[in-house]
Design a protein around this ligand. Structure first.
Ligand SMILES: NC(=O)c1ccc[n+]([C@@H]2O[C@H](COP(=O)([O-])OP(=O)(O)OC[C@H]3O[C@@H](n4cnc5c(N)ncnc54)[C@H](OP(=O)(O)O)[C@@H]3O)[C@@H](O)[C@H]2O)c1
Length: 233
C-alpha cells in the first residue's frame, strides 16, 4: 500500500537536496515529477528513465511553473538561490518571490500539500548569513506566505528549517527537532533532510507545522518517523 497517493512535484530536483528527495521518493515507491532548469543535468543524475517525468523551467516563470503543476498532487520545494554568485538572481527573487509564486500557483491548481525547505535562523535578522541579500529574511517571507496559503481548510503545509547541510548517506544519525527557531547551530545530512521531507507527505505530526532539524549522535536508524513524535512532546 502507498503511504501517499498521487504525484509529488519536486522543485529544484537537480539540487543537492533535491536529488536526494528523488532518491528517497523512489525508495518509498512514490510517484514523482521533476521541475528543473536543465534537462541535461537531470538525465545525468537520474538516467533516461525520468525523461517523461521532467518539466524544464524557472521558478521565476509562471507559465513554466503551471506546466509543472499539471503533474502535482503535492509539492516539495528544495530550491535555493546561489547567494555567493553575484550573477545569480538574488534571494529576494528566488527564496521569497519564487517560493511565493510557486506556492500561490500550486494552491490555485488544487495542490493540497506544500513542503518547503527553509533554514535554521530565518527569524534572526542579525545573523551573518543575512549579509548575503538578506537570504534568511527572504526565506522567512517565503515561509510566511506558504503558511498563510496552505493553512486553509483542506490544505496542509510542512516547513523544514535545517541546520548546515552536509553530504553523507541517510539513516546514520539520530535527529533533533525543535520549534521556535531556538537551536543556535547544527548540521544535518541532505539525505536525512530529504527523507524527512518525504515522510512529511503522510505523517500526521507533520501537518501544518514549522520546525528546525539538526543531526544528533551517530546511530543507525531503521526509520526516521519516530523523531516527528518529539515535536509535539
Ligand atoms: N547549504 C546549506 O548549508 C543550507 C542550510 C540551510 C538551508 N539550506 C536551504 O536548503 C535548500 C537546499 O539546499 P542545497 O544546498 O541542497 O541546494 P543547491 O544544491 O544549491 O540546489 C538549489 C536548487 O535550486 C535550483 N534553482 C535555483 N534557482 C532556480 C530558479 N530560478 N528556478 C528553478 N530552480 C532554481 C537549482 O537549480 P540547478 O540544479 O539548475 O542549479 C538547484 O536545483 C535551499 O533552499 C537552501 O537555501 C541550505
Amino acid at each position: 500500500m502507498k503511504s501517499f497517493k498521487g504525484t509529488v512535484l519536486v522543485a529544484g530536483a537537480t539540487g543537492r537536496t533535491g536529488a536526494w528527495i528523488i532518491k528517497r521518493l523512489q525508495s518509498h515507491h512514490l510517484d514523482y515529477h521533476l521541475f528543473v532548469r536543465t534537462g541535461k543535468k537531470a538525465l545525468e543524475l537520474f538516467g533516461p528513465e525520468i525523461i517523461d517525468k521532467l518539466t524544464i523551467g524557472s521558478i521565476e516563470n509562471p507559465q513554466e511553473i503551471i506546466a509543472a503543476l499539471h503533474h502535482a498532487d503535492a509539492v516539495i520545494c528544495a530550491i535555493g538561490g546561489n547567494v555567493t554568485d553575484p550573477s545569480s538572481a538574488p534571494p529576494s527573487a528566488i527564496d521569497r518571490d519564487g517560493v511565493i509564486r510557486l506556492a500561490t500557483l500550486a494552491k490555485a491548481q488544487g495542490v493540497k500539500k506544500f513542503i518547503l525547505i527553509s533554514s535554521l535562523a530565518v527569524t534572526r535578522e542579525n545573523h551573518p548569513l543575512n549579509k548575503y541579500g538578506q537570504v534568511l529574511t527572504m526565506k522567512l517571507e517565503g515561509e510566511n506566505e506558504v503558511r498563510k496559503l496552505f493553512s486553509d481548510q483542506g490544505f496542509s503545509y510542512t516547513i523544514l528549517r535545517p541546520g548546515g547541510l552536509i553530504e553523507g548517506p541517510p539513516l546514520q544519525h539520530s535527529l533533533i527537532f525543535d520549534t521556535g527557531d531556538k537551536i543556535e547551530t547544527g548540521s544535518i545530512p541532505r539525505s536525512d533532510l530529504a527523507e524527512i521531507a518525504v515522510l512529511s507527505l503522510f505523517t500526521p505530526e507533520a501537518h501544518n507545522i514549522t520546525f528546525e532539524l539538526i543531526m544528533g549522535e551517530p546511530a543507525n536508524q531503521s526509520s526516521l518517523i519516530k523523531f516527528f513524535k518529539k515535536i509535539t512532546d
